[in-house]
Write a protein that binds this ligand. Structure first.
Ligand code: PLP
Length: 397
């Protein structure tokens, strides 16, 4: 008989910045027998999901659902709106922004990057200056990641929109809201976004497997002109099936059961309360970091993320060794440093189905891990976070 490791008793702490802890209600909703995906019960569920997704994206136009990870929705946003060889201006200040650029380049689009140092939000003035030089309107799209999950840095989408408006540039605005949706204020319509890309496994409190394109009228018009071959990703055929609550292929029924429940939970809590809860837990996390004397990757306090805090290791210490120590001793997974910050930082995910005690336990695991791994730090991070949580009050009655 294999012996159970005593440190694996109790609940695993999945504190990566998504996929995150799923609510029992959502898990139970998914543990149900399948239904006919061409029948009336399915159609009612789909129509209700699509309507509530519009509330979450704050979009008056359609939201398209794919049975795919965020990468699929990245690709869908590009192939529906652009034609082969089209030029894109991309804000690249993190790992996911860089990956989206790679996807676009592999699809045959010409990507020009405005690169940042991965520690601050994108500079709208740099985007504006580049757009102003493009008198011929060669750029057909501008791409930006709202919440860069790899660094915990938020890019101000409305400032990017303002840069397009000030230069009267007609390029489409394509935004990745994979880890900001349902954790932070996001306004597809009001911010003038043409395609918002998102996915199920972050603020939506769902498993990975579904992703989304919220689309503006301008994006729909661009899709009519786009010459890029597409079949599965094609918005038009999905939209015509969606009108009656169906899909042009066998949909991921179980994932839609989960999404249906998760949307219900988010709207019951109220989006404003969801955002406030995330902001408060994020601030408490940064208070802990300050007490430990660890540096937050994001240098601009106006660009702090609600979902992820990336903490830099002292010089000469490897973040992955710390993560391994914490996993072995406390059965907690933290996010690793990705791309050029691999080993240099670790990420605490504080998103989704998450509360004060889950956060203080998470921070307790980090603090004990820092001691066990011999990482130089001050004590008192958990205390600082707890003091903040107490002083900032609990969830409103
Ligand atoms: N964009 C952001 C901001 C992400 O955080 C991620 C994944 O974590 C992705 C895109 C890619 O999504 P997926 O891994 O679901 O393909």
């Amino acid at each position: 008989m294999q012996k159970t490791d005593s440190k694996r008793r109790g609940q695993h702490f999945l504190q990566i910045p998504g996929p995150a802890n799923m609510p029992d209600r959502v898990l139970r909703a998914m543990a149900r027998p399948l239904i006919d995906h061409r029948g009336p019960v399915f159609a009612r569920m789909t129509l209700s999901i699509l309507e509530r997704l519009q509330c979450v994206f704050k979009a008056s136009g359609p939201v398209i659902v794919y049975p795919a990870s965020g990468h699929g929705a990245w690709e869908a946003a590009l192939v529906n709106t652009l034609s082969p060889g089209d030029r894109i201006l991309a804000c690249e200040n993190g790992h996911f922004a860089a990956k989206w650029c790679e996807v676009a380049a592999r699809l045959g689009f010409e990507v020009e990057r405005i690169s940042g140092d991965w520690r601050r939000g994108v500079e709208p003035a740099a985007i504006e200056a580049r757009l102003a030089e493009d008198g011929q309107h060669a750029f057909k799209a501008v791409m930006v990641v709202h919440n860069e999950t790899s660094t915990g840095v938020v890019n101000r989408v409305c400032d990017v929109r303002a840069a397009l408006d000030r230069t009267a540039h007609p390029a489409l605005l394509l935004v990745d809201a994979v880890s900001s949706l349902a954790t932070s204020e996001y306004c597809h319509d009001d911010w003038g976004v043409d395609v918002t890309v998102s996915a199920s496994q972050k603020g939506l409190m769902m498993s990975p497997g579904l992703s989304f394109n919220a689309v503006s009228e301008k994006a729909l018009a661009a899709a009519k002109e786009s010459q890029t071959p597409r079949a599965f990703w094609d918005w038009q055929s999905i939209l015509s099936f969606n009108e009656r609550g169906f899909f042009p292929y066998t949909p991921a029924t179980t994932l839609l059961f989960g999404l249906d429940e998760a949307l219900g939970m988010l709207l019951e809590e109220g989006l404003e309360c969801v955002f406030a809860r995330h902001a408060r837990l994020a601030e408490a996390t940064r208070r802990a970091a300050g007490a430990w004397g660890l540096e937050v990757q994001c240098l601009d306090r106006d660009a702090y993320s609600n979902t992820t805090t990336a903490l830099r290791m002292p010089e000469g210490y490897d973040a992955d060794v710390l993560r391994q120590t914490i996993l072995e001793n406390f059965d907690m997974s933290l996010g690793k440093g990705l791309g050029k910050v691999e080993g240099k930082l670790f990420r605490i995910g504080h998103l989704g189905n998450f509360n004060d005690l889950m956060l203080t336990a998470t921070l307790g695991g980090v603090e004990m891990g820092l001691s066990l791994a011999g990482v130089p730090h001050e004590q008192g991070g958990v205390r600082a976070a707890a003091d903040y949580l107490v002083s900032s009050g609990s969830v409103e009655e």
